[in-house]
Design a protein around this ligand. Structure first.
Ligand code: SAM
Ligand code: SF4
Length: 372
């Protein structure tokens, strides 16, 4: 056994809760940052043997990792194992030149900034705290601190967003020359304030979203970005000194690699078992203060489930999926039919499968049809 080479660390604290978000977050509780970092490090010690000696990626996600008291963030980063790629998610309004330098000095190699939109009125619909100028200031602060791998998150399909607004957002994002962009269609998450207020509107615009998605792809690939995953784009090596700017960490998920997740609500998948740690902060802190593993929901993943996941996730990428060991997961007649329609392509004498660009634009529906 070699161990997982990818580590996710969840930092749940947020200054306020954006109406559309259903991630595991807690608002306020500044007084608990220190205890939470202690608990994360305690959990890491308990799970250390599940990790490989040398990690490929570490990802600090949230919540708002950059909201943590700088002293605690530094203590955490210095104690975590090193990796070839260390990403921290950042909210624009929390980024200062000092924070950017702290991240760089602690070995962070990549930052992922939640821009979402460059229009104040759309950010207000999303109930975001930061402004478009905060996004620009944050990018400049990271550049001044010598970060050469900056990713921006954008959301499209925001109520009131026209196609011209979308083009303007893409132009504003491109003007900052990020190495990487993630563009997500706004999802109405069950039980959120946002879905209560705008759910019907989002359901009504589903068709328009296909056009928006296509516009995103055309604009970004036209600007020289590689559309390497359904919602993810990176500058190509010719633009960036031959470096592969895909997210190593997220590639691991899409390629079905094992990963360990630390923190409340974090998911781990290791050797055919998946567990989700309690989302309750108090329960998590109490267990780890006593040196015990926090409660978790455990799920054994039967082989057919693992195979279907591999197909669903693997076909999100622009690289062909090797079908070795996955043949049973596919409906051979559906593969043939969709190939005839120009939505999937088989390679390497039928040993590999990929969606064509048209298939990718149609989204998860094509992949779902392929499954046995
Ligand atoms: C959970 S957030 C954490 C990062 C950071 N707190 C932020 O808000 O930018 C990660 C990303 O998920 C995306 N996201 C969150 N909720 C979403 C939703 N309901 N629909 C689409 N994208 C969403 C946003 O683009 C966000 O940047
Ligand atoms: S979108 Fe980001 S900042 Fe907003 S509540 Fe969710 S995790 Fe926190």
């Amino acid at each position: 056994m070699t161990g997982a080479r990818h580590l996710y660390v969840h930092l749940p604290f947020c200054a306020s809760r954006c109406g559309y978000c259903d991630f595991v977050t807690v608002v306020g509780r500044q007084g608990q940052h220190r205890a939470y970092v202690d608990a994360l490090l305690g959990e890491l010690a308990l799970e250390r043997e599940t990790l490989a000696p040398q990690l490929e990626s570490v990802f600090l996600g949230g919540g708002t990792p950059t909201l943590i008291e700088p002293r605690e963030l530094e203590r955490l980063l210095r104690a975590l194992p090193g990796a070839l790629e260390v990403t921290v998610e950042a909210n624009p309004e929390t980024v200062t030149p000092g924070l950017a330098e702290l991240l760089r000095d602690c070995g962070v190699t990549r930052v992922s900034l939640g821009a979402q939109s460059f229009q104040l009125r759309l950010l207000e619909v999303l109930e975001r705290r930061g402004s478009p100028d905060d996004v620009r200031r944050a990018v400049y602060a990271f550049r001044d601190a010598n970060f050469d791998n900056v990713s921006l998150d954008l959301i499209y399909g925001i109520p009131g967003q026209s196609t011209a607004d979308l083009e303007a957002d893409l132009n504003d994002a491109l003007a900052l020359e990020p190495e990487h962009l993630s563009c997500y269609e706004l999802e109405a998450k069950r039980g959120t304030r946002f879905t209560h207020a705008h759910g019907a509107e989002l359901a009504g615009q589903a068709e328009a979203m296909e056009t928006y998605f296509e516009r995103v792809v055309v604009r970004l690939t036209g600007a020289g970005y590689r559309w390497y995953e359904t919602a993810n784009f990176c500058r190509t090596p010719t633009l960036a000194d031959g470096r592969d700017l895909r997210s190593r960490h997220n590639l691991a998920y899409w390629r079905g690699r094992d990963y360990l997740g630390l923190g409340i609500g974090a998911v781990s998948t290791i050797q055919g078992r998946r567990w989700k740690t309690t989302p309750r902060l108090g329960t998590y802190l109490t267990a780890l203060a006593a040196g015990e593993r926090p409660p978790r929901e455990l799920e054994e993943l039967p082989v057919p489930v693992r195979q279907s996941e591999r197909v669903l996730l693997g076909l999100r990428l622009d690289e062909p999926l090797s079908l070795a060991g996955l043949e049973g997961a596919l409906d051979a007649a559906a593969v043939e039919r969709l190939e005839g329609l120009g939505l999937v392509a088989r390679g390497a004498a039928g040993a590999e499968l990929a969606l064509t660009d048209r298939g990718r634009l149609l989204g998860g529906g094509v992949t779902a049809e392929l499954l046995a």
